[in-house]
Design a protein around this ligand. Structure first.
Ligand code: CO
Length: 286
């Protein structure tokens, strides 16, 4: 036993998604923010949307508000148009990431810009600390070309949305919870050990194939559709077996603050939720 060995993370719990519907009836798979996993501080929600049936996504997400947290959209396939009540708009395509800090309030829409074909991606909700909940809204709209692609090990392709791998830093920066978010593809038999901030909460979600997470006897296989919550530690080892695997690895600094949630508003107290609803209804999200 080497006294200086890094502590490695392992899967402590696994969660399967729950079919859900949101926006104007978009069908999705809810992984975080459901009875089996209410939240994983600072992550409030994780949805995977994936369908090649236009009727599952055409209705989109018409105008709706957010206050008190951040929404992160990462597209694997398809095209989505985004617009808000402050005149911001943009198009998300395969490989795009949008990190939106709703702060004190935004009203926006996310609508499909295609009438057929595959629409696939993730939306993650990241909480803001109490001191930042009423900050000015901010967008980090990152085109696919700006997401660094790396090969940290043989047979491993990594796209780094935010956080650090070696000397490379992801394009999304200055986020309160110091998150790490990477999209990985492992060829059959490939393996890589990631370094993560030791006390960050972290999860792995396998969206294609099957991956093994953890080292030695603690290693556990995660099939497609299963989210693995990781123990704390400095490293996590990911490996593919006889088939390639694709997965996201996400980590963030827990806030350890009270959470009051009501639909698209996430604050610290019920009184702040009442204020958010009042402000929204009286048109003060501008
Ligand atoms: Co939204």
């Amino acid at each position: 036993m080497n006294a200086t060995a890094l502590t490695s993370r392992r899967v402590v719990t696994t969660v399967r998604g729950m079919p859900a519907s949101d926006g104007a009836g978009v069908k999705l798979n809810r992984l975080i923010g459901q009875p089996a996993l209410d939240m994983l501080d600072p992550f409030l929600m994780l949805d995977e949307f994936r369908s090649d049936q236009a009727s599952d996504y055409l209705a989109g997400f018409p105008d709706h508000p957010h206050r008190g947290f951040e929404t992160v959209t990462y597209m694997l396939a398809g095209n989505m148009r985004h617009g808000d009540n402050q005149g911001n708009s943009g198009r998300l395509r395969a490989g795009s990431v949008q990190w939106m800090t709703a702060g004190r309030g935004i009203v926006h829409s996310e609508m499909p810009e295609q009438e057929d074909g595959l629409m696939w991606g993730f939306q993650l909700w990241v909480n803001l600390p109490a001191k930042d909940k009423m900050t000015a809204p901010r967008y980090q709209d990152i085109a696919p070309e700006r997401v660094p692609r790396m090969a940290p090990a043989d047979g491993v392709e990594l796209r780094l949305l935010t956080g650090r791998v070696g000397e490379v830093e992801g394009p999304v920066t200055d986020v309160a919870t110091a998150p790490f978010y990477a999209d990985l593809r492992l060829d059959a038999g490939a393996q890589w050990t990631a370094l993560l901030p030791e006390r960050h909460n972290a999860f792995v979600y396998v969206y294609e194939g099957e991956a093994t997470v953890g080292e030695g006897e603690a290693a556990r296989a995660l099939p497609r559709g299963e989210l693995g919550i990781l123990s704390h530690g400095e490293t996590v080892t990911l490996a593919a077996g006889s088939q390639p695997a694709r997965l996201i690895l996400v980590a963030g600094k827990p806030l350890n603050e009270p959470v009051a949630k009501y639909g698209p508003f996430v604050m610290n107290t019920p009184e702040q939720i009442v204020a958010a609803i009042r402000d929204y209804q009286s048109g003060r999200f501008t």
